[in-house]
Design a protein around this ligand. Sequence first.
Ligand code: OAA
Ligand code: MG
Length: 230
Amino acid sequence: MSNVGFRIYTRVNRPAKELVEQFKGLPAANIADEMNRLGCVDARIKPLNSTPLLGTAFTVKARAGDNLMFHKAIDMAQPGDVIVVDGQGDLTNSFTGEIMMRQVLKRGLAGVVVDGAVRDVDALRELPLAIYAAGATPKGPYKNGPGEINVPVSCGGIVINPGDILVGDGDGIVVISPPDAAVVAQKAKTKQKKEQETFRQIEAGNLDRSAYSDEAFKKMGCEFIDDYWK
Ligand SMILES: O=C([O-])CC(=O)C(=O)O
Ligand SMILES: [Mg+2]
């Protein structure tokens, strides 16, 4: 363990599949709300297509503009893993493209999240694979290393540990630590049901809007002026 910055941890402490599956179909927003609105990859990292993301983190700390360790991760990761690449947000060179993503798909991996740029995006938009990235450039990656695999990484402003559960949709990605997962999934499910009930009330025209009544606003000190703005 002496070659800091160029080393590969071969094992990942993955949570049970049943635990991960509890997040299936849950909106990232409902999960994030039940984590007090923290625990999300920031909005710089955007989905390239509408394939939902659900899996566990297989992390790569890459040298800016270099994908040697990313290539290695594709061969090491297991079905259900999401390759998370800490590219330090660097957009100078792409970290990946269509060839690598087709390989990821072939291996049955659950998706890819890159804090950096990718290329071949027109093709990536059409692949049935969840891919998130911070940008795009036709400039290709170098393949020299160094880098690390399966260490804690920084991605979109938060720490992602190997084995963390990732859930992503059109809004972005939320990261759940496995010891918190059962409680968070349960609360998010309840939240989702509550929102569905709210949608029904909107349709029926009986949603309680009293929190937004004139009286409620006056109580907050808001002034209503019965005139036009001049
Ligand atoms: O050349 C690379 O390593 C990245 C790329 O464009 C691809 O995978 O298609
Ligand atoms: Mg390419």
